[in-house]
Design a protein around this ligand. Structure first.
Ligand SMILES: NC(=O)c1ccc[n+]([C@@H]2O[C@H](COP(=O)([O-])OP(=O)(O)OC[C@H]3O[C@@H](n4cnc5c(N)ncnc54)[C@H](O)[C@@H]3O)[C@@H](O)[C@H]2O)c1
Length: 356
């Protein structure tokens, strides 16, 4: 079904082609948290984008109405063929996938099916239509329990969760498609993406929400009885897990720089995307209590399967090679922007639409 802009395109094909820009980027999964922010970043810079998302998780409202939108699965080769035949796609930003580490431990098949099996027909369509490159949302989860901190891109890859394994499998599949068919790729291994669009109207809205910062913001705002934190017996100064938080707008810039480098013919590579600083769960909560001026009551639960104690990136490679220069680095900036989004959008996208 063609759901472009919410309805079938009204213009005749020839008129549409006369006005067709020279190149488009295809965004998969851009109705979700990361993809919708990166999409906004690209649109603000005048880029032409087309979106495919099956809306299994994301929000139609997170994609501007004017952006061509196809509600379809990444494995829907008819719809992909239609997109590639209609828009001159010069590169793909591939965000679509399931993201819950805990769920992937309980139901690994769901993750192998969605994140890997469905990616096979997708990559076949990419090959068939000779799309030059794919920019893939990978994850720090590919490293598993790191041997040293900070983590470098060539450190060992031993995912401890099925989710992390699906990300690594996809990275490997992309390497194979480059060797066999010359499709170049950049895999961005995000550490913890957090925060909201600086100009408003977009933020993090997952269901269920398993990420600490949005859960903590909701706990502060809605005054839920307590916030569960998972494990206080890790080998860290305060016993809670340490994570590297990267602001969503800095993450968006990393995509933009990577896409432009791929357009210039850059070879395939992998980049860590993190702030290079680690904060414990308790540090995040304390800082948020100061920002919100509210107490966040916690309940201590068992460790979650597949959660390493410390994950902190070295992002030197992308800084040196592409000049990535994150501007929203501090934990305070990340928390203030996340808190503002949740305060103004207590129901996520449910009741706060039409503002972009
Ligand atoms: N959020 C983070 O901190 C983080 C960290 C590391 C990696 N990542 C990766 O970044 C990507 C985006 O994450 P997010 O937080 O925006 O997740 P999200 O759930 O908000 O967005 C994912 C989007 O993909 C869509 N989707 C899922 N399966 C699909 C399919 N088979 N076909 C078409 N659309 C499909 C969903 O509807 C949703 O809109 C994911 O691949 C995730 O693994 C995210």
């Amino acid at each position: 079904m063609d759901l472009r802009g919410g309805e079938r395109g009204k213009k005749s094909e020839p008129e549409q082609f006369l006005k067709m820009p020279a190149n488009y980027y295809l965004f998969t999964g851009a109705a979700g948290y990361v993809g919708s922010h990166v999409l906004r970043f690209f649109i603000e810079r005048g880029e032409h984008c087309v979106v495919l998302d099956n809306l299994s998780k994301g929000h139609r409202e997170a994609v501007p109405e004017k952006t061509p939108f196809f509600q379809a699965d990444i494995s829907d080769t008819d719809q992909l063929a239609h997109i590639f035949n209609t828009y001159p796609v010069s590169g793909i930003l591939h965000f679509a996938g399931y993201i819950e580490v805990g769920e992937s431990v309980k139901d690994p098949g769901k993750y192998f099916e969605n994140n890997v099996s469905r990616a096979v027909p997708f990559l076949e369509a990419v090959r068939k239509f000779q799309i030059p490159w794919v920019l893939f949302s990978s994850s720090a989860a590919v490293y598993g329990e790191p041997e040293k901190i900070p983590i470098l891109e060539n450190d060992s890859l031993k995912p401890t969760s099925p989710y992390g394994l699906t990300k690594l499998m996809m990275e490997n599949m992309l390497q194979v498609y480059e060797k066999s068919f010359g499709i170049r790729s950049v895999c961005l291994r995000y550490f913890n993406a957090a925060g909201a669009c600086p100009s408003g109207g977009l933020g993090e809205s997952h269901t269920p929400e398993s990420h600490l910062i949005p859960r903590a913001c909701k706990a502060a705002i809605n005054g839920v009885p307590f916030l569960s934190i998972y494990g206080t017996d890790y080998q860290t100064p305060d016993g809670t897990c340490i994570r590297d938080y990267v602001h969503i707008w800095d993450l968006a810039e990393a995509h933009y720089l990577s896409a432009k480098a791929l357009d210039r013919g850059m070879n395939s590579t992998v980049y860590n995307i993190g702030s290079e600083k680690g904060y414990s769960v308790k540090e995040v909560l304390k800082t948020l209590e100061v920002i919100s001026n509210r107490k966040i009551p916690i309940q201590i639960e068992e460790r979650r399967a597949g959660d390493p104690a410390v994950l902190v990136a070295s992002s030197k490679r992308i800084r040196q090679e592409l000049g990535w220069d994150p501007k929203y680095q501090s934990l305070e900036k990340i928390l203030v922007s996340a808190y503002q989004w949740h305060e103004t959008h207590p129901d996520g996208f449910a009741k706060s639409l039409k503002n972009h």
